[in-house]
Design a binder for this molecule. Structure first.
Ligand SMILES: Cc1cc2nc3c(=O)[nH]c(=O)nc-3n(C[C@H](O)[C@H](O)[C@H](O)COP(=O)(O)OP(=O)(O)OC[C@H]3O[C@@H](n4cnc5c(N)ncnc54)[C@H](O)[C@@H]3O)c2cc1C
Length: 390
């Protein structure tokens, strides 16, 4: 085992047990199917169902809401562990849990929780979250999708882009404009949209650089009607709701980054011990050993940031700053570590057989999704300076 924090003696026993169980599951059931699914760009529907049965699609939610009754730390450990084997599966789980389910957990009425969150957290239905649009990415306030009240229903028109679990989710949480404030900015509300809502459809799925087995696609709302009680939270108060959801989601993307970086470190360590050039293992050359040393050190630091953010969230304190720091740092560590892993593998790193090229492609997303690195720096700057930055 790598002296890098992979054996997490600092974790509480319950969390360590979860980590070990997921690791065994991933070694036994996930690893053998990764390469095939990635090559075929095939969504792992069977595995997602299995993971749901294991209770891993509702880790941080109370049992009364269909979840496993654990905490954010447990969830972060789980996402890291899954990403260590398969980035696509980790992204599916993270988008479902932190984005599709969290808004209902945080802002749902008791009826909404029973009807929508329980099946999500129990793993019977997959969730997704639609914030991004063609013209509204980093600037989520530029949302054009609109919703208007019509009798006892809301009618939604517009489109979303880059939505994880598109076409696979049964329940979508979606941002739509319901009015304009006096200063001209959008009044945004959140809606629960079941996949079979009339007027809702899934458009094109993206051909991505990495994470090939996760589905990323467009959502279309063409006079889409949902009953009035599918409004989530208060009308016009969706924007702070989405920001709060993103704070939590950033911890999971940071955990995913960590898992990819950890996988890169482990592959590099094995390879640097085994591969010989000039009659010696390449790991005995300082140029290679120092790359491994930097990877291991940065990963340990990133893990500390991820767990600090999770710990703060679990204690109910503010954690926006810490979640952004964890996401920024862990994602950049993942890109550096996975790139170093390719370098350490030389030509073998550039071909599929040794997997590290997949880690590198998958890691890049963690610097983009749920707020780019530039946006994380804006958030961190604002939180520290107390000024409007950007
Ligand atoms: C695989 C994948 C999965 C995704 N899943 C989801 C999902 O499930 N749900 C969802 O809603 N969205 C999802 N997204 C969308 C993702 O959150 C956005 O792509 C991301 O927020 C960036 O938005 P954008 O792509 O429009 O880029 P832009 O906002 O157009 O940014 C382009 C560049 O400009 C920079 N930039 C923008 N504004 C500033 C600024 N003020 N200061 C400095 N730099 C700035 C950015 O950092 C970036 O480098 C996903 C994206 C991908 C690729």
């Amino acid at each position: 085992m790598i002296p890098s924090g992979a054996v997490d003696l600092e974790l509480p026993q319950e969390h360590r047990l979860l980590q070990e169980t997921i690791r065994e599951f991933c070694d036994r059931e996930v690893e053998p199917v990764v390469a095939d699914h990635e090559r075929a760009r095939r969504f792992p529907a069977d595995l997602v169902r299995r993971i749901g049965e294991m209770g891993w699609l509702g880790i941080p939610y109370p049992e009364s809401e269909g979840g496993a009754g654990m905490d954010t730390l447990a969830y972060a450990v789980a996402v890291e562990e899954i990403a260590r084997t398969w980035g696509s599966l980790a992204l599916i789980v993270a988008a479902h849990t932190s984005l599709g389910s969290a808004p209902i957990h945080l802002f749902g009425t008791p009826e909404q929780k029973q009807r929508f969150l329980v099946p999500l957290a129990a793993g019977r239905v997959l969730g997704a979250y639609g914030l991004t649009e063609p013209g509204a990415g980093s600037d989520a306030g530029a949302t054009r999708t609109s919703a208007r009240r019509d009798g006892d229903a809301w009618v939604i028109d517009g489109e979303k882009r880059f939505i994880t679990n598109a076409g696979r989710a049964g329940t979508y949480v979606v941002a739509a404009r319901t009015g304009t404030r006096p200063d001209g900015s959008a009044q945004v509300s959140a809606f629960i949209v079941p996949a079979d809502a009339p007027g809702f459809s899934v458009g094109r799925l993206e051909e991505k650089m990495g994470l090939h087995a996760s589905a990323t696609g467009e959502l279309h709302f063409d006079g889409c009607r949902v009953p009035a009680d599918h409004l989530l939270g208060r009308e016009g108060e969706g924007f702070p709701l989405f920001l709060q959801v993103l704070d939590g989601g950033r911890i999971s993307i940071a955990a995913m980054a960590l898992g990819l970086a950890q996988a890169a470190l482990e592959a590099s360590t094995t390879y640097a011990r085994e591969r010989e050039q000039f009659g010696r293992p390449i790991g005995s050359f300082e140029g290679v050993a120092f790359m491994v040393a930097d990877m291991a050190t940065e990963i340990a630091a990133a893990r500390g940031l991820v767990r600090r953010a999770a710990w703060l969230k679990d204690r109910g304190g503010p954690y926006r700053l810490e979640a952004a720091q964890a996401k920024l740092y862990a994602s950049e560590v993942a890109s550096r570590a996975t790139s170093a892993a390719v370098q350490i593998h030389g030509g073998y790193g550039y071909v599929e057989e040794y997997r590290v090229e997949r880690y590198l492609r998958d890691a890049k997303l963690t610097e983009i999704g749920e707020g780019t690195s530039q946006i994380q720096r804006l958030v961190i700057g604002r939180e520290i300076l107390g000024l409007r930055v950007g």
